[in-house]
Design a binder for this molecule. Structure first.
Ligand code: FPP
Length: 248
């Protein structure tokens, strides 16, 4: 039986988050500069987006640029930002054809103005699409997200618009940049690294974590299917015992 038909379409993760890792090492293996890895990584972005939409996954979040990534060599940062603008402009039609809505999370205003503009255009041009939402995490870090939510809530308390007693999980979730997006049920990280690296710390509280040894530029539809099949084999207990799950 092929991989795709082993997937139970009634038990798909609603939201898959991905840490796309290993571009640099893949490029090195091929004797090329790191940017070559990022360029080839775009192919994998396309494959994963298309495969997820075909299956019926509702949200895919891709960690495209972390707050920490500014510390990379200037040349690489500039190349990544240029690649983002190019890719956004090129792929908007494809997103529209496939009825996919683009969103972004992160400290977006601090992106170079060209990248920021291309991003806003992409979001605006796809805002009415409804089959799947592709969320790009850009200049994102989970600690930044938690801090900006805390500041927002503290301001609301100071303005007496909010009572601190009423801050519960729902109120806090709604102050995060992922407001309105269900928490990821599956988080995939490629390239054999087994860390969360400041990605969606609050939102990943109950996610299944899947670590693939494959470098991101080689990640294909079949690899996504494998991750989903693995996810569906796991028992998700949310703090309950196996016996409680059988009864409910
Ligand atoms: C991690 O590999 C990858 C990134 C920091 C950038 C990912 C960006 C893309 C795939 C291109 C643009 C994406 C979109 C969504 C249009 P790494 O450089 O950390 O690899 P290494 O760990 O081997 O050095």
């Amino acid at each position: 039986m092929d991989l795709k038909s082993q997937i139970n379409l009634d038990a798909l993760p609603k939201h898959i988050a991905v840490i796309m890792d290993g571009n640099g090492r893949w490029a090195k293996q091929h004797g090329k500069p790191r940017v070559f890895g990022h360029r080839n990584g775009v192919k994998s972005v396309r494959e994963v987006t298309e495969a997820a939409a075909e299956l019926g996954v509702q949200y895919v979040t891709l960690y495209a640029f972390s707050t920490e990534n500014w510390n990379r060599p200037q040349l690489e940062v500039t190349a990544l930002m240029t690649l983002l603008v190019e890719t956004l402009r090129k792929e908007i039609n494809t997103l529209n054809k496939n009825n996919i809505r683009l969103k972004a999370i992160g400290d977006l205003k601090k992106l170079p103005s060209k990248t920021y503009k291309a991003l806003l255009e992409g979001i605006e041009n796809t805002k009415n699409n409804s089959r799947m939402t592709l969320v790009l995490a850009l200049n994102y870090s989970a600690k930044w997200d938690i801090l900006q939510a805390t500041r927002k809530l503290a301001d609301a308390v100071a303005q007496q618009e909010l009572n601190s007693e009423s801050i519960d999980e729902t109120v806090f979730s709604n102050a995060l940049s992922t407001q309105g997006i269900p928490d990821p049920e599956l988080m995939i990280r490629t390239s054999g690294e087994a860390r969360i690296s400041n990605f969606l710390l609050w939102q990943l509280a109950y996610a299944e974590l899947y670590f693939s040894p494959i470098f991101w530029p080689e990640f294909r539809k079949a690899n996504l299917y494998e991750a989903i099949i693995d996810f569906q084999r796991r028992e998700r207990r949310f703090g309950k015992t196996s016996e409680q799950l059988i009864k409910s």
